[in-house]
Design a protein around this ligand. Sequence first.
Ligand code: NAD
Length: 312
Amino acid sequence: MKITILGAGGMGSRFALMLHKAENDVTLVDGWQQNIDAIRKDGLQAEFNGEPVTVHLPIYAPAEIDQLGEKAELIIAFTKSNQLKAMFEQVRPIIGPDTYVLCLLNGIGHEDILQEFVAADHLILGITMWTAGMTGPGHVTLLGEGEVELQNFAPAGLAFTKEVVSAFAAAGLNPKYSENVKYAIWRKACVNGTLNSLCSILDCNIGELGATAEAEALLKAIIAEFAQVAAHEGVTLDEAEVYTHIAQTFTAAIAAHYPSMYQDLIVNHRATEIDFINGAVWQKGQRYGIATPYCALLTQLIHAKEQLVGAK
Ligand code: NAD
C-alpha cells in the first residue's frame, strides 16, 4: 500500500518502520526541520525492542509537499492533536477524492477537523495501544507490543478499511476491525483525561497519583463528566468499568510511568493536547448545556502551566 505518514514523531516513526518492513511504500511528512534533516542525513534510527534499526525513507516538510507530485492513497495522521489542522492545511495538494485518512491520535473530535479535508466516507478513525518515544531528532525508542482498533467513519469506507486492516496485520501491528470505535475513543480519552492531566498538574507519576486519598474521587468525577457528554454523542460509557480500567494502572508496571502530557509539558515544555481531551469535554459540555467543572479547571490549569513554562 502507498502510505503517507503525517508526523514523524514517536508514533509516526513506529508505524513507518513496521509498515516499511512489510514492503509498503512509506513516505513521511514532518513539521520539525531538525527531525527532517536528521532523517535525511542518517536515516530514521530506532531502538526496536533493544535492537538498533535504521531505515532510509523519503521525508518532506509540509512546504515541500508539491514535490510529491501525486495524491496520497492512505494518509495516517500522527501529529499531536494541536498540530493536526495546520498540518492538513499545508498538505492539501496531496489530498484527492480517492485519498483515505486514518486518524489514530489520542483525544476526541478529530473527525470535525478532518472532514474539512476529506469526505466522511474516506475517513477512518481508531486508537492504538502501541507506544513510542522520541529520544532526539531522527531517533525513537520502540518497546513492547500493542494493537490498533479502527473503523470506517461512514459505511462506504468499509472495503478500504478492511484493506488497511490487512496491510496492518501483515506489518505485525495487530489491527482489529472495531464495530464501535467511537466507544473505544471515548474510553481511551478518559484514561488521558485523568492520568495525563492530573499527573501533569500534580507533578507525579501514575502510581503516586493512585496512592493519594483523592485519586478515586477525582477519577470518578472526571469520568462522570466524560460520560455525560459522550451520552449526547450516542456513546454510553460504562463508568464503573472505565474507572476500574484506569485504577488498575496504579499498581501495574506502568505505575512508575509519567504520562505523555507530563513529558511534553513538564519535561520538554511543549504545548499539550489538553484541548482535545478535557478541553473537548468542557467545550462540548458548554454546547450541550452540561456542566463540566473538573474538565474546565484541568484545561485552564494546564494552559496556565503551558504559559508558565513557555511551552511551544
Ligand atoms: P511526538 O511528539 O513524538 O511527534 C508528534 C510531532 O511533533 C512530530 O511531527 C514530531 O516531529 C514533532 N516533535 C516532536 N518533538 C518535537 C520537538 N522537540 N520540537 C518540535 N517538534 C517536535 O508525538 P507522538 O508521541 O508520536 O504522538 C502522536 C499522537 O499519537 C498523539 O495524538 C498521541 O497522543 C498519540 N499516541 C501516542 C502514543 C505514544 O506512546 N507516544 C501512544 C498512543 C497514542
